[in-house]
Design a protein around this ligand. Structure first.
Ligand SMILES: [Zn+2]
Length: 533
């Protein structure tokens, strides 16, 4: 009979177990409060609003439930920046700094670059070339150069940004079904990664069915809203393509991708011997992307997102069991958070979110007026674009015409302000004059973008608002539904229990550093959270 970690690893990889996966049959006792952790595990669930922690009642029984109930849990956790997207959220997790200081303001201003091609995969290259400053891993490595790190995600930005600029083991999933990295990190894939890829686990999901994990009476959600999945294949069961070449892409929109990501992470922990050396503390960062894919496709009110959360809960249960079995109780320090939350489809009256007045916002007329003013002033309209707000991409074009970009941005702002569904439109310089203690919207924009940067003005729709042309469920606004995320710390020296106060994701890295006794290498935006009640 295989040892427990091997058995658990096998259960993660067994196709049957992926459907009826390990519910938390054995809940290990809380970690012993003695000894130093040898492995920090930082888990980010992509698009996991903190309301998901309690929404599904007793249906959570796995790793999420174990961390929620056995750790210090801040339900009022949040990102305190405006553009609640994957790249800025992940850059925040382990840096302890807001996007205005990490330099990562949005997905489009994230990691992708032709300068760092992938190894063995056709997708666009990626590196942390925009990321500024240091992260928890850099602080740990400065304290002990033997420290090792592994960062894994389905997404390039989910793997790269938690680690910052360090050239270490950072891998993500490519469209051709392999886990890989870019030439920023290495020139060839290590043996363990090639061996994992050679098993062709994604192809094994060809023809597989995603059906609800639990009996029908355990789900409150109807499964019949054609807003889901653009009206195609929006009712369970969902059947994956028979063609192995197609399934490696299609699997990304299913819970199964998270099980593959965790299986890959576990293979890396074993082969890199993370956490195996007493006296050394290593770092494992895992970002699980299926919740984001399922959430975008079916929405946060769907039966599919409920089932996805149950499955990632079970996968994480098996994963944590395996890590504890490998490295021993009391050796893990685990953090759980998310890069952002989500807002429901505006046309779907949500039972979970007060979105009755949600509206779509169409900014196209404001752009028409701004372009007309630019043409009249002799500035090429290609000198601006709509990225993150009113973004100047060619300052020189304005300088040549002797035009202040903020004069044009003002025209854009004035056209947006009276629009239905717009809560606020402002020059960044105006937001800088706001009372940022009480004005969360202004504060979140100022935590996002530098005053002297290319974005001159920004617009904030009302809560639960959507842009006019978005056809899927989404996130990205400074409002609470998109910014509320769990902040959970679990491990030796951390008293379990729910904390009533607020905690920000920028507080997680300084708190972990304090628990480990390592010093941050620069000024941080976060503060150390009280891990004792
Ligand atoms: Zn997303």
């Amino acid at each position: 009979m295989p040892s427990r970690p091997l058995r658990l690893l096998a259960s993660l990889l067994s196709p049957l177990a992926l459907v009826a996966c390990h519910a938390a049959a054995q809940q290990p006792a809380p970690p012993a409060a003695t000894g130093r952790p040898t492995l920090v595990v930082f888990i980010t669930i992509d698009q996991f609003g903190s309301d998901y922690l309690d929404r599904y009642g007793g249906n959570l029984t796995g790793g999420i439930a174990r961390l929620r109930d056995g750790g210090a849990t801040w339900l009022r956790g949040r990102h305190d920046h405006a553009i609640s997207e994957t790249a800025p959220g992940h850059a925040t997790t382990m840096s302890g700094r807001f996007p205005v200081h990490t330099g990562i303001s949005s997905n489009s201003q994230g990691v992708n670059t032709a300068d760092a091609p992938l190894l063995g995969a056709p997708d666009v290259g990626a590196s942390p070339f925009r990321f500024r400053g240091t992260t928890l891993f850099d602080w740990m490595a400065a304290a002990d150069p033997r420290t090792r790190a592994l960062s894994v995600s389905r997404k390039d930005r989910g793997a790269i940004l938690p680690i910052g600029r360090a050239k270490t083991d950072v891998y993500w999933y490519a469209s051709n079904g392999i886990f890989t990295t870019s030439r920023y990190y290495r020139d060839t894939l290590p043996t363990w990664v090639r061996e994992f890829n050679a098993r062709q686990l994604p192809q094994g999901f060809a023809g597989r069915t995603w059906a609800p994990l639990l009996p029908a009476d355990r789900y409150a959600e109807p499964d019949s809203n054609p807003l889901e999945s653009s009206g195609r294949d929006y009712v369970f069961p969902h059947v994956l393509p028979d063609d192995p070449a197609q399934v490696v892409g299609a699997i990304r929109d299913t819970p199964f991708m998270d099980s593959l990501t965790l299986a890959f992470a576990l293979a890396g922990v074993r082969r890199l011997e993370l956490g195996a050396l007493p006296g050394r503390t290593d770092l494992l960062a895992v970002s699980l992307s299926s919740t984001d894919a399922v959430g975008h496709k079916y929405g946060p009110d769907s039966k599919e997102i409920h089932d996805q959360i149950l499955r990632v809960d079970r996968y994480l249960g098996a994963f944590l069991d395996s890590l504890v079995a490998l490295r021993g109780p009391g050796r893990l320090l685990v953090a759980l958070t998310a890069d952002h939350g989500v807002s429901p489809f505006p046309e779907w009256r949500s039972p979970y979110y007060p979105n009755a007045h949600a509206q779509r916002v169409d900014p196209r007329n404001a752009w028409r007026l701004a372009y007309a003013a630019m043409r009249a002033a002799g500035v090429d309209t290609a000198a601006v674009d709509a990225d993150d707000g009113f973004r100047v991409v060619d300052r020189e074009a304005f300088r040549r015409a002797n035009v202040d970009p903020d004069r044009i941005a003002r025209i854009w702002v004035d056209a947006l302000r009276p629009l239905n569904g717009v809560m606020r439109a402002a020059l960044l310089s105006e937001l800088a004059a706001a009372d940022t203690v009480h004005d969360a919207i202004a504060r979140r924009w100022l935590h996002m973008l530098p005053l002297d940067g290319p974005v001159r003005a920004v617009v904030t729709p009302e809560p639960f608002g959507y842009w006019w042309n978005v056809t899927y469920a989404t996130h990205g606004l400074p409002h609470d539904s998109d910014t509320q995320v769990p902040v959970i710390l679990w491990g030796p020296g951390i008293a379990p229990g729910r904390r009533a106060g607020e905690a920000r994701v920028v507080d997680m890295a300084p708190t972990l550093a304090a628990l480990l006794g390592v010093r941050p290498l620069e000024a941080l935006d976060g503060r150390v959270l009280p891990v004792q009640p």
